[in-house]
Design a protein around this ligand. Structure first.
Ligand code: SF4
Length: 353
């Protein structure tokens, strides 16, 4: 096995978290689950979706209330690959993507004929921010013999220069396949997921140095302490987490995989190392089971994470309602970029099929 770590001299990924964002995130958490006008907002969103021929597609990490209204109005809640597929298959002229910006861009790339909107244009991702296209292009030029495989959590520009785009639900299979073909890989941007894939497949991978601000904060010591209190609990881990956390897992995988594991594994309790909004779906499928947030923070913590993505948290029922009523915050990508970025995305979808 052969691994070169490409060091970008980047600071920790938490540099993308400014005080104002953290304060707004805390504020949004306080409002979650108890908006006084929930019924009014649900009614307004429902009526305007019908009036404007619009559907909602949401990620498992957004506020449970948004997941609830998405399902009640015939929309779809899923992981980023499933969201993209639903977006391209649904009949609605307009699509509101509740998640982060790269998910809405992916929807636009796969369905350029549709109008794609987001509740807020500020909702981004530390992986997307940590992988600027010009810097990745410089690394790609340095290693022309390598296949560039990028995670879906990247900008349309980054996707457009890539050979493959993968989501966490299909990354292992694609890397394995490339490895069996004898291909060497240049991987961006999540170093923990890249390292996990390298270990699992034995592929020759050079890793970009970036991380998710949420998953990077999960701590093995904290999980050990929580396990001492709940020795009968299973541990579910998203592979954007550090390797010592992954090593403790009873199941490792994408959000969809973890939800399935929470249904199928025999444990009655789970410690979950991914965004806690996923508990909405896990509890829906297994109402008799208990779910605990994997501990974050502690010594060395930068995010003081609450196991909830600050950018996902910028989506609220209020700004979703405004988006659906006014059809504002449209995603706009030029045709050339769409054409280039669509190629690696289509390859992933075909591989999955
Ligand atoms: S949870 Fe992490 S990977 Fe997902 S959108 Fe937020 S910062 Fe990005």
């Amino acid at each position: 096995m052969f691994l070169i770590q490409f060091a970008l001299n980047m600071e920790a990924s938490s540099k993308f978290l400014n005080t104002e964002l953290i304060d707004r995130h805390k504020d949004s958490l306080n409002k979650t689950n108890s908006p006084a006008n929930k019924e009014d907002l649900f009614a307004s969103i429902t009526n305007n979706l019908i009036k404007n021929n619009t559907s909602i597609v949401s990620h498992y990490y957004v506020d449970p209330l948004i997941q609830e209204i998405t399902e009640k109005t015939g929309g779809f809640v899923g992981d980023s690959l499933e969201m993209a597929k639903f977006g391209s298959q649904c009949d609605s002229k307009n699509l509101v993507v509740c998640g982060v910006k790269f998910m809405a861009e992916t929807a636009k790339i796969l369905s350029p004929e549709k109008n794609i909107f987001v509740p807020t244009l500020e909702s981004t991702c530390s992986l997307d921010l940590g992988c600027p296209a010009p810097e990745l292009k410089a690394l790609k030029d340095k290693y022309p013999d390598r296949v560039l495989v990028v995670y879906a959590n990247t900008s349309a520009e980054v996707k457009s220069m890539s050979d493959w785009v993968v989501t966490s639900s299909i990354a292992k299979e694609i890397i394995e396949d490339l490895h069996l073909e004898g291909k060497k890989i240049l991987w961006a941007p999540d170093k923990y997921l890249g390292s996990y894939l390298q270990k699992e497949t034995g592929a020759d991978m050079i890793l970009w140095d970036s991380a998710c601000v949420v998953h990077e904060e999960f701590k093995a010591d904290g999980i050990r302490n929580l396990k001492a209190l709940h020795p009968d609990a299973g541990v579910l881990v998203h592979p954007e987490s550090p390797s010592e956390v992954i090593d403790m897992a009873d199941a490792v995988g994408s959000t969809s995989h973890l939800i399935k594991a929470s249904q199928e594994l025999q444990f009655k309790k789970f410690i979950v190392a991914t965004d806690k909004s996923i508990f909405y779906k896990m509890s829906q499928f297994s109402p008799d089971k208990e779910f605990y947030e994997a501990p974050t923070g502690g010594v060395g913590s930068s995010c003081k994470s609450c196991a909830h993505c600050p950018w996902m948290g910028l989506n609220s029922l209020q700004n979703l309602d405004e988006c659906v009523v006014e059809l504002k915050n449209e995603i706009d990508l030029n045709d050339n970029l769409i054409e280039l970025a669509k190629k690696p995305l289509d390859k992933m979808i075909q591989f999955n099929a």
